[in-house]
Structure formats: structure tokens, C-alpha cells
Design a protein around this ligand. Structure first.
Ligand code: ADP
Length: 474
């Protein structure tokens, strides 16, 4: 287990350390070095030195490093799955999916690395352009800072490091302090895969101190962040003139029309609302159903949810493990309690033991309750009646967020209406908002974010367009 900081290709131990615990048993599994502000400065200097080295690697070389990383991830798959489950509490069957997806992410990055190119510009389309030949190319930005959350400690790190490498940047990574170990292991693999010294640096510690120091530093060209809108507001206000990509939250709406396959909706929602204890940016949160289906859907959804196995994330049978911290489980317990005081009813779940919160389905909720208005980021979903499909679209869109929304219908006009009316970065038809293929453009509208991830799109945001205009001599 890698407990140090990675600066300029060397692993270093800091004097200050912080504990990382098994999120199910609470037992300490590692003591990780906490970076000082000097360490932050050293990591940025190392990245600054490595940036021109990265820019000079051929795209073939960058692609090879990314492919080698996939090979190494595969060779240590079981160890990584276990580590994800230990430090994040994710059920191991889903940690397995996360490792597979990270392999996909690096593979797509290896492919995209070879497609980072520009195009010609017909400068003679302008009256003053006669005799000029024009084209543009993409250049790396230099130093990219990646700040990541706890809920996908491998694949969300991969979504930042892989495109940064493909684009030819040097990076400083700061993983969430609750899940620092998987990111550290990935850095180890990147070095083993042949990434030059200083091209990846790892800083560990609290966001408010070391994260903030990274955000403020003038050597940084870009910050790529996944986390909460509140943190994103602080980051953008401290970043100054830097590029940012921000992947924030959602209040996962699902709209169920009268022609939907209810068994499919019920099983997709039971998985989509509760896996990883609902701590997923695109988790199912608000399910709007038309009158002719709501009773049957509710019944089937409750039935599928009751079948979920709650318990030790390392057990293969487990579907739902603990939340990341007991205080998070207490927070959601409180939100559900407040909802019930205002008339909501819990149809299943509504039970907490330590940091485990049972998958909970609410009905009789209203738009002013926290479980509706805010991102729950917990295993709680609400089911709401709507007069008709049109009304469901209106209500689903009444949110400050806008990452992904979903509709279940086989009717093409309903689909097209949903696509037109929902102000979300992604619209998923006949699956939940959770759907994500790692190469597709992914990102939010409104307070859900700025920019898009998905390898090709992330690479675009991690490069500058450089225009070249050549005047002919004669
Ligand atoms: P979440 O609730 O999903 O963990 P946060 O926004 O709290 O989301 O944290 C996401 C990441 O942002 C973590 O790595 C955290 O350490 C970091 N972070 C928190 N506060 C700041 C800050 N002020 N500046 C930079 N990074 C921060």
C-alpha cells in the first residue's frame, strides 16, 4: 500500500500523517502522509519541469504508456477491487465494474492520444487573407491539477489523469482524503508504465489547505474537479485566470410513461438509486410516474429494493455497503425524518446502523423537502405521481441541477419532447440517469458543472488551440 507523496518521480514520507479507515469496520488500514505547503510547491515545480518533457513525447509514446497502464491495472485487478471496497465502502461486485471501467477509460485515452489534431482554415475566405495558408493544432496546457472525490476513487481519477496524459500535460493529483489509497496505487502503476518523472505527482491531505494551495498557484494552467457545487464555488473564486472543468451533482430524475416496461424500470431504479449507497453523481433520486402506472411501479420497485443485500462490502453477495462516514448516514436519516414530519411516508428502509443506511423509498413528498430539492447523495429515492407525461417533464426539470435525466418510454414523440424540454447534459432513454459509457461526453448544465469529460472531450478541454497563419513569400 502506497502511503507516501509522489514528487518528481520519488515517493516521499511526510512528518504529518492521517489515518484511512475501513469504511465498514472502522478499523485503520493505513497512515497516509499529509502534504505540507512546501510539498505542494515541490510537486508543482516538478510538474512544471516535466511539462515540456510530456509535450515532446510522441503521441505513439503517450498511447503506449496508457496501454501499459491498462495491462498493469488488469494484472493487479483483485488487489485494486479490494482496496476500493475497503477505503470507500463500495460493494466489491461494483468495485469490479469500476476497475473494468478504468481499463476502458485508459484504453480510450490511448486511442484518442493518436487523434489529437487540428484542421486547415481557408484564410483566403477573408478579403485580407489572400496569400495566407492557415491551420490550427492542439497544444498541451502545461500543468493540470486534478482534485477528485471519494465515490469512484479509481475511475474518476482515471477520467482526469488519462486525458491529461493523452494530451501531453503534466499533472498533480489530490485525491479525496477519505479515499487516498487507490489514487496512490494508480500513480504507482503510471510510473511503472513509463510516465516520465514529474509527469504525475501525488499530493495528499485536506481540500481546504493543500487542495486550496494547488488551486491558487500561478503555475497551474487548469483545474479539473469532481465534487460538490459548494466546493466548486470556492475553487472558482480562488483559481483566478485558470481553466476549469467542474463535474458536480444532480438530483437524478426518472420519468415513467404509461407505455414503459415496469419490470425494467423497477429493477433499473433499484440498482440506480441504491448501488454505492446512492453516492453517485447520477444516482436515481426523483421518480415521476403517470397515474396509470404508479401503483404497480411502486409495488415492483419496493419489492426489488427489499431484495438488495445490505452488509459487508467485501462479501460477494452484498449490493449495498456502508456510506462513506457515519455523519453522512446521520445526515440522510435527519433529512428523511424531516420529510416524514412534513407528510412523507417511507415504504421501505428508513433504518440506520452506524454508517449503514438501508435503501429507502419515499412517497407523498413535495418539492420543498430537502430529499427533493437537494442532491441526496445517499440511498434514498422518492416516487411521485404526475397527471401526465408533459407534467412530469415540467416537474423533472424544476431543479437547479442538470447532469443527466432519464425517461422510460417507447413512444418516439415522448422521447423527442423529453430531449427538447429537459435542460440536462445527458438524456438517457429506457435506462436510468446512471448510464455512462466512459468515452461519451459527460457533464452538467446549470449548477451541475462546467465542461465535459469523456476522453475526446476532456482532451479538448486540456489543450489549447494554436492557430498558424503563414504568408507566402510570393
Ligand atoms: P464530496 O462531498 O463529493 O466529497 P467535496 O467537494 O467535499 O465533495 O470534495 C471533493 C474533493 O475536493 C476532495 O478531494 C476534497 O479534498 C477537495 N476539496 C474540498 N475543499 C476544497 C477546497 N477548498 N479547495 C480545493 N479542494 C477542495
Amino acid at each position: 500500500m502506497q502511503e507516501g507523496l509522489l514528487i518528481g518521480g520519488r515517493w516521499e514520507q511526510a512528518e504529518r500523517r492521517f489515518p484511512v479507515n475501513n469504511k465498514y469496520s472502522g478499523e485503520t488500514i493505513a497512515e497516509v502522509s499529509e502534504a505540507s505547503l512546501d510539498d505542494v510547491g515541490a510537486a508543482l515545480s516538478a510538474a512544471e519541469l516535466a511539462a515540456p518533457v510530456m509535450a515532446k513525447l510522441t503521441c505513439f509514446e503517450r498511447s503506449q504508456i496508457l496501454l501499459k497502464t491498462v495491462e498493469l491495472l488488469r494484472s493487479r485487478k483483485e488487489e485494486i477491487e479490494k482496496l476500493i471496497s475497503l477505503e470507500s465502502g463500495k460493494a466489491v461486485k461494483f468495485s469490479r465494474v469500476e476497475v473494468d471501467r478504468a481499463c476502458d477509460t485508459f484504453t480510450y485515452a490511448a486511442e484518442e492520444a493518436k487523434r489529437v489534431h487540428g484542421e486547415t482554415v481557408p484564410l483566403d475566405a477573408s478579403a485580407s487573407g489572400r496569400g495566407y495558408f492557415g491551420f490550427w493544432v492542439r497544444r498541451p496546457l502545461g500543468v493540470v491539477v486534478a482534485i477528485t472525490p471519494f465515490n469512484f476513487p479509481l475511475n474518476l481519477v482515471a477520467h482526469k489523469l488519462a486525458p491529461a496524459i493523452a494530451a501531453g500535460n503534466a499533472t498533480v493529483l489530490k485525491p479525496a482524503e477519505l479515499t487516498p489509497l487507490t489514487g496512490a496505487l494508480l500513480c504507482e502503476l503510471l510510473i511503472e508504465a513509463g510516465l516520465p518523472d514529474g509527469a504525475i505527482n501525488l499530493i495528499q491531505g485536506p481540500g481546504e489547505t493543500v487542495g486550496d494551495a494547488l488551486v491558487r498557484d500561478r503555475r497551474v494552467a487548469k483545474i479539473t474537479f469532481t465534487g460538490s457545487p459548494d466546493t466548486a464555488r470556492i475553487i472558482t473564486s480562488h483559481a483566478g485566470l485558470k481553466r476549469v472543468t467542474l463535474e458536480l451533482g444532480n438530483t437524478g430524475p426518472v420519468i415513467v410513461s404509461e407505455d414503459a416496461d415496469l419490470d425494467l424500470v423497477a429493477s433499473k431504479c433499484a440498482l440506480g438509486a441504491f448501488y454505492n449507497s446512492g453516492q453517485v453523481c447520477v444516482s436515481v433520486q426523483r421518480i415521476y410516474a403517470v397515474p396509470s402506472v404508479i401503483e404497480e411501479l411502486t409495488e415492483r420497485f419496493v419489492e426489488k429494493t427489499k431484495q438488495l443485500v445490505v452488509g459487508d462490502p467485501l462479501d460477494d453477495a452484498t449490493d449495498v455497503g456502508p456510506m462513506i462516514q457515519q455523519q453522512e448516514a446521520e445526515r440522510i436519516e435527519q433529512w428523511v425524518c424531516e420529510a416524514k414530519q412534513s407528510g412523507a411516508k417511507a415504504l421501505t428502509g428508513d433504518r440506520r446502523e452506524g454508517s449503514v443506511y438501508w435503501p429507502t423509498i419515499l412517497r407523498d413528498v413535495n418539492a420543498s423537502m430537502k430529499v427533493m430539492r437537494n442532491e441526496v447523495f445517499a440511498p434514498v429515492a422518492s416516487i411521485l405521481p404526475c397527471d401526465n407525461f408533459d407534467e412530469a417533464l415540467t416537474q423533472a426539470d424544476q431543479t437547479d441541477y442538470g447532469l443527466q435525466a432519464s425517461v422510460f418510454t417507447r413512444d418516439i414523440d415522448r422521447m423527442l419532447n423529453a430531449i427538447e424540454r429537459l435542460n440536462f447534459g445527458g438524456i438517457i432513454v429506457n435506462d436510468t440517469p446512471n448510464f455512462r459509457a466512459d468515452h461519451m461526453p459527460y457533464g452538467g448544465n446549470r449548477i451541475s458543472g462546467i465542461g465535459r469529460e469523456g476522453l475526446r472531450y476532456a482532451i479538448e478541454e486540456m489543450t489549447n488551440i494554436q492557430m498558424v497563419a503563414i504568408r507566402r513569400g510570393s
